[in-house]
Design a protein. Sequence first.
Length: 662
Amino acid sequence: MDLPQDGRRRAFIEQVRPVVDCGRSAVKRVLGEELTVEADVIAEGHERIACALLHAPTGSESWITVPMTPLREDVWAATFVPGALGRHRYTVAAWLDAFATWRHKLARRTQRDDIMLALREGATLVRDAAGRARGPAQGALLAFAAALQSDAPLEERRQAALSAALRELMASVPDRSCETVYAPTLEVVVERTLARFGAWYELFPRSTAEPPARHGTLATAARRLSYVAAMGFDVVYLPPIHPIGVAHRKGRNNSLEAQPTDPGSPWAIGGPGGGHRSIHEELGTLEDFLRFRREAERLGIEVAIDIAFQCSPDHPYVTEHPQWFARRPDGSVQYAENPPKKYEDIYPLDFATAEWRDLWNELRDVVLFWVGQGVKVFRVDNPHTKPFELWRWLITNVQSRHPDTIFLSEAFSRPRVMHRLAKLGFSQSYTYFTWRTTKQELTDYFTELARQRDWFRPNLWPNTPDILPEHLQSGGRPAFMARAALAATLGASYGIYGAAFELLENTPREAGSEEYLDSEKYEIKSWDLEQEGSLKDYLRRLNAIRRENASLQSDETLTFRRIDNDQLLCYSKVSRDPKNVVLVVVNLDTQHEQSGFIDVPLDEWSLEATSRYFAHELLSGRRHEWQGPRAFVTLSPAECPACIFRIEERRSSSERDFDYFV
C-alpha cells in the first residue's frame, strides 16, 4: 500500500451534509435561501481542530471561506447564502489548530517554569502567524510575540497570551498547510423562488372560445388571463400548443374513430403545419403566443408550456429523421402502447437510435427555442419514459445558459424513479398526493417527503386532465374544497386542472375509471365561468392567504399536530422572519361534521400557558381567543371543511373583535 500524499494531515472529515447520493447529485435551494452545512470532524489525541466551509460558484477558481463553529461534540456547522442563480460548489476543510491547542494547555498550567517555557513556544507560533499576515495584523502579531518574551511580569504576559484580541488575530491567519479537504466537492443548484413556491393553473387555449366561435385561440386565451390572475395564480400552464396530427386521430372519449370536427389530442404533436417549434394553426401564430405571454407578464403570471417528446404520425420528424423511430417487424413505425392500451396517434422516439446525439441536441434545441420566446417554466410530460441521462444533460445544459429556467416533472411512476428524476435536475415533481386521502396516509406520505426536502420539491395537484380521483367523483363540493385547502397549505407549490376543478367537474367516463367523461383532452369544452357554485372565490382566498403568510411559502417546517379525531387532519407551518405561525385543520369526512381537541405546542410557539392568544381563522375572517394547550374545533363540510388559523399573541386586553372559545 502506498504512503498517503501527506501524512501530516491529521484532521478527519466525514458525514458532510446536506448531501445527495454521496455528492453525485445537487442539493436544491432558491435564491436568498440559506444552506447550513454540517460535518463530523475528528483527530487523534487531544489537539484542537479548526474547520472552514468553502463555497464558490461553479467555474470560480477561488473559494469563499466561512469559519465553522462547534455545534456539538465533534460536529461543526456554518451557513452561507449563494449569491446568484445557478450551481455552486461547497466542501469542508479542517486542520489541527496549534495555537488553540497551545492556548488551552497554557490556561491549565500552574508551574512558573512550565508557563515560562510555554510562553516562548507561543511567541514562536505568533511570529510564524505574522509571516502569513498582511497589513496592520502583521504588526499587531509581532507586538504580541515580543510581549510574550518581554521582561513584563509573568502574569501580565500570560494574560496577553490568553487575550481575546490575540485569539482573534491568530484565527484570522491560520496555518492551513496541512489541512484536509473533504472530497468529493458537493453541489447546490440555486433557482428562482418560483421553484419552491407557486400556484399553477392549467388552461386549454382551445377551450376559451367566445360565442359563437367554437375553437379558442391564443387571443381568446389571453383574455381569459385576467380571470386566472384574479384568483391569485402565479403560473398558467398550457398543454401542448403545437399542430395536431390527423393520422389515427382519437375522437371524443378516446374513441378510435374521430369525426371530421374532432380536434384530437394536443399530445399527438405534429402535422403539416410543423412540429415542436410551431403553433397549432387554429390557435394562431407565434406572434399571438408572444402577445399572450406579454399579457400574462402584465398581470404578474408566468407562462409554463408542456414539453412532450413524442410525435404524431404526421410530425415532420417522421419523414426528416426516420431513424429516430423504432420499426415493427412489418416495417411500420412502432406506435405508443401500454398493453392492452394502444396509442396509435402517437409515435414514441427511439432513444436507442445510432443517431442519439443528433436526437438529444434537437430536443435540447426545442427547449432553447421556447426559452428564446420568453418561456422560463416547463412542465415535462412523462419524463420517466425517456433516458435518465438525457434529462441530466438537457437540464444542466439549458440552466447553464439560462439559470432562471424551471422544470416540473410529470411522472406518476414508482417512487425511486420519481426520486431519480428529481436528483437529475428537475426543479419540482408531481406526487402521490392525488391519491392520499386518509389521515394516516397523508401523515405518512408528507413525513416521507420531509426527509427528501433537500432535493425533492413536491407540487401537489388534486386533479389533472388524466386523473379524476374517486374522492372527487363521490365527495361533492366539500371534497373539492378540502383537497384544495390541503394542496395549498401542505405544499408550497400546488396546481389545479383549471375550470374542471373550480366548476366541480366530477363525472367519470365509466364506473371505476379516473378518466373524465367527455374529456377536454379529446374535445373542445365550453366552460361557464359564472356558474353558480364555482370555487373561484374560495381559490382566490386560498391563494391570498398563501401570499400573506410566509410560513406557507416553504415546506421546511411542516409539522403534524395531535388532534383527537381520525377524521380531522391538523398540521402547522412556522416562519422565522417575520414570525408567522399557521395552524391548519381539515375535515376529511365530506359527509359529516367533525369535532376535536387540538394539542397546541405553547412552548414551541413561545405562548404563555396562563395567557390568552388569538387564533385568526383566515378563510372566514373570524378571530377566536384561546387559552392553554388544548383548543376545540368543529368543522362542517357543508359550510367549509377547512380552517386556517394564524396564531397571534394577544396584544391588548381591550381587543374584543373575536368569537370567544377556550
